[in-house]
Every structure is written in C-alpha cells, then in structure tokens.
Design a protein around this ligand. Structure first.
Ligand code: NAD
Length: 504
C-alpha cells in the first residue's frame, strides 16, 4: 500500500517522456492547426506532457500517406515471408524495450508495473504470432471436371484502427500486427487518455524500417479525430475496440462510405460457480479475473453467479480476498491494483459503487483509503445480494467492482448468465464436465472458459456476441477481416458455352 516505496521511479520515467506528436508518412510532426492537449498521470493527477491534438486535416494527411503507400509502395506487394521478417523485427524491438515500454504505460495508465510488463511481452508475441500466421496461411481450391476454382487472400487497402485506453499498447499491437501482416496500410487513432505507448510503437515501426506511410499514428479525441477517420472515403476498414455506444456511432458514421467494421465492445461477463466446484481455484480466478488490470478489462468476470448452497461461503471468501488486494502506487512491484485511468472515469465508477450500496450489500472496498488521497484510487469492491434488474448487474462499470447473485440449479444459472445485453466472455466452474459443457454452450457469449481464468490461445477466434461485438479477430479469423477473398475460376477444357446471338 506504500506510495513512497517507489517514489523515485515516477520522476525518472517522467523525465524521459517527450511531448507527443503524430507519426505520419514516416515522420513525427505536430498538428497542422498547432493544437495540443495534456495527458495526466492517474496516480497524481498531474500533467505528464502535451499531446498533438489531431483534427480532420491531420487525419486526411495520414490517410493520404497510407493510400499512397498502399497503391504505389512496396508493402502490399511484398511476399508474405518478407512482411513476416519486418513483423519479427518489430517484435524483437519491443522485446528489447519491454521494461521501458511497461514503465511508460504504468505512468500513463496506472497499470501496475508487473502487469504492464506482461502486456508489453504479449504485444511482442502479437507480432511474432501474426508473422507465423501469414507465412502459413492457405486458401481453398475447388475442382470440377471442367474448372479449377481457387481463392486468393488480398489486402484490402487502408485500415482505420481505433483503440481504447485499457492495456493500450497490447490492444494497439493486436490490430497493427495482423493489419500489416495482411499487406494493408493503416492509421492508428489511440485513445486520448493513454497516448504515450502508441508513440513508442511508432518509433519502433520507424526503427524496424517499415516503409513510410504504411503505419501512421494520429492522436486526438473521438469526435474530432476518430470520427473523421471513420468517415474518410480513403479508408476501407475500421477495426474498433471500445464502448458499445461508440461502436454503434462508428457503424452509423461508416455506413455512408460502406466501411467494413470489426467491433470489439463492452462486457458484463458472468462467473458461474456450481456447488461442486473447486472453490479454492474458483475464488482465485474470480478475484484475479476482476481485480487484475485495475478492473479495466473487457473480459473481466464482473457478475459472480453462485449456487445457493455455497453462496455465503463463496461471497465471504471473495470479500476477504478482495480486502487483501494490494492497492497502491503502480510503480511499486508489490501493487496488485493501481489508480483508475482518469478522474472522470474514477467518478463514474464511484457513482456505480453508490448505486450498488442501494442495490445490494457492500462487503468489501467502496472507499478510497485515506493514505491515497491524491490519485484515482478505488479498492477492490464487492457488492453482494444483487438482483438481476439492478443497474450494477446490467451495466458495464469497467473498474474493480464485482457483484454477486445466488442461483438455484442449472437452468437459473444459464438464465441469469444470459440476462444482460452483453455477451463477451463467461467463466463456468464445476467438477461435472458434462454439465460444464452444457452450460458453456448455452451461454450467449463469444468466449467461455471452463474451470479456468482467462487464458488466451491466439489461434482461437476472439470477439463478442450481442452488445459485445461484431466479428472475430485472432488466428486466421483476423485475415477474414483484413483481407479480401477473391475467387479465380479457371476453365480447364472446352466446356459448352451457350451460343446467344447466333440466330439458331
Ligand atoms: P470509448 O468507446 O470511449 O473510446 C474508444 C476509442 O474510440 C477512443 O480512441 C476514442 O477516442 C474513440 N472514439 C470515441 N468516439 C468516437 C467516434 N465518434 N468516432 C470514432 N472514434 C471515437 O472506449 P474507452 O472508454 O476508451 O474503452 C473502454 C471500453 O472498451 C469498455 O467498454 C470496454 O469493455 C471496451 N473494450 C472492449 C474490448 C473487447 O475486446 N471487446 C477490449 C478492450 C476494451
């Protein structure tokens, strides 16, 4: 809980940070209109540095650079193995800088340093993974007596990549890596609350020798920078991760220019625990799943659905563990839970805690500890006995807040799990594997883990159902989005052709 143990880290990391500029056509540059905004340290709410404020003109410049790189440059025409070599170079540069990237991320987002390091390593893995994927990607051929019909995967053009502020570096690479692997070019618009690590990514892209214009980064706010990117006629693809309501606006705005959209949106994921489950492991996973990454995790298990016979015990054990989650300075390696990204977000999460106090029984957390008076600190919070119609059961809070609700039997468990608009992830705990699979398959969500916390296999499709998203990314599924499928029909012999216009 110490704010002083690592007090020396913050000024050291901060001293290294430079004002953030856009990266357009291989060059760092300020906004055309000259504007800038400030990025804030969530642990102190002090200004870290200024960030170029991108507007329509900056987006236009970046899209033109990306279009030119796509239409005239080498990138889409390189062999897959050559593009893969560049991607591996990016991965190596991230690996070489992962400690430094993690520090910048911690400063900018409040993510605990040990967790930020893990995210930086995962970012490198994203590039290694999609390099391997593009080299081994295969397409189909369909043979008939007279024809050989085969498919080709071709890059589409320019992609607009719009990302949120939670685990920003990892999520940006989750889009940039498959996009570049496919042979597309892009304009990345990072979230305005977490711009620093995207700027580091741009520097790495330059150092890796990626041709100018292939990958551009424009900073700015959603409505003034993201929206012009979505509406730009030079952009064909929009890959978006963020809130459901923003996703819906983006789909509407992109419709005029017929954008292909991939949407990774919000969640309110259930953790369903049956009475026969391994409770020790289920408690470990539930606590880790919702309080790691500061609770700012799209797949967090934020609704504990617990079978009645074990409800009291499970809730008590979770409350006790929540009370021990170490809240503190994100630079302290012992910290498990850091400050929330921004004062506005902190106020929003706090307002849900107040609603939760009315709608259920507050069993852990809820109040900022006195010794952490400055930053956006909220302890691990558990609200029990919450009814399904409660707002804290239905709405995404996106902070270290979990609710608990009892259920009676399998049918009610499934009904409660599905009783929200979201459908991103679910976690099921039972020793009865047949029931586990029945329940997993009955839950409307893109992802389900059975007797496990969130462990990703990058080959599997990632994405949500219902209000949690449209489309899947990951593995070869990413290329269904970032590539066009072309079919070539080859006549093998002299098949008969109707003889129109011969007067016969
Ligand atoms: P957000 O929707 O507020 O912002 C996301 C991005 O969209 C930002 O870069 C923002 O500037 C931009 N934006 C906002 N309005 C825009 C507009 N009109 N046009 C174009 N761009 C616009 O989301 P957030 O608060 O940054 O992130 C948190 C949300 O992201 C949560 O809902 C979380 O569940 C979700 N999320 C989902 C996944 C997933 O994979 N499903 C992963 C991470 C986060």
């Amino acid at each position: 809980m110490s704010q002083t143990a690592t007090a020396s880290e913050r000024p050291r990391v901060k001293a290294r940070v430079r004002p953030v500029e856009h990266f357009i056509d291989g060059r760092f540059q300020p906004s055309q209109a000259g504007g800038a905004f400030e990025t804030i340290d969530p642990a102190t709410n002090e200004v870290i540095t200024t960030v170029a404020d991108g507007l329509e003109a900056d987006i236009d410049l970046a899209v033109r650079a990306a279009r030119q790189a796509f239409e005239e440059g080498p990138w889409p025409r390189l062999r897959a193995a050559e593009r893969a070599r560049y991607l591996r170079r990016i991965a190596e540069l991230i690996e070489a800088a992962d400690a430094e990237i993690a520090e910048v991320e911690t400063l900018d987002t409040g993510l605990p340093i040990t967790q930020a390091r893990g995210q930086a390593r995962r970012a490198a893995q994203n590039f290694h993974f999609f390099a391997a994927q593009i080299e081994t990607l295969s397409t189909a051929s369909y043979q008939t007596g007279d024809f050989l019909n085969y498919t080709l995967l071709k890059p589409v053009g320019v992609a607009g990549l719009i990302t949120p502020w939670n685990t920003p570096f990892m999520l940006e690479t989750w889009k940039v890596a498959p996009c570049l692997a496919a042979g597309d070019t892009c304009v990345l618009k990072p979230a305005e609350w977490s711009p620093l690590s995207a700027s580091r990514l741009a520097a790495i892209i330059a150092e890796a020798g990626i041709p100018d214009g292939v990958c551009n980064v424009v900073h700015g706010f959603g409505e003034t920078c993201g929206a012009p990117l979505v509406e730009h006629p030079g952009v064909q693809l929009i890959s978006f991760t963020g809130e459901t309501t923003t996703g819906s606006t983006i789909i509407a705005n992109g419709a005029k220019t017929l954008k292909r959209c991939s949407m990774e949106l919000g969640g309110k994921s259930p953790v369903v625990v049956f009475a026969d489950a391994d409770l020790e492991r289920a408690v470990d996973a539930a606590v880790f799943g919702v309080f790691s990454l500061n609770g700012e995790r799209c797949t967090a298990g934020t609704r504990l659905l617990i079978e009645e016979p074990i409800y009291d015990e499970f809730v008590e054990r979770t409350a006790q563990r929540a009370g021990q989650v170490r809240l503190g300075d994100p630079f302290d390696p012992k910290t498990e839970l850091g400050p929330l990204i921004h004062r506005d977000h902190y106020e929003r999460v706090k307002s849900y805690v107040e609603i939760g106090r009315q709608e259920g029984r507050l069993l852990a957390g809820g109040e900022r500890p006195q010794h952490l008076a400055q930053g956006n600190y909220l302890p691990a919070t558990l609200i029990a006995d919450v009814k399904p119609r409660a707002r804290v059961f239905q709405e995404e809070i996106f902070g270290p807040v979990v609710v608990a609700t009892p259920f009676n039997g399998e049918a009610e468990a499934v009904r409660l799990a599905n009783d929200v608009r979201y459908g991103l992830a679910a976690y099921v705990w039972t020793r009865d594997l047949q029931r586990g699979q029945r329940v997993a398959q009955a839950i409307d969500s893109g992802l389900v883990w059975l007797n496990s916390q969130n462990v990703r296999d990058l080959r599997t499709p990632f994405g949500g159902s219902k209000w949690s998203g449209i489309g899947r990314e990951g593995g070869t599924y990413s290329f269904e989005f970032y590539c066009d499928l072309q079919t070539v029909h080859v006549a093998l012999g002299e098949h008969s052709i109707p003889r129109f216009g011969t007067g016969g």
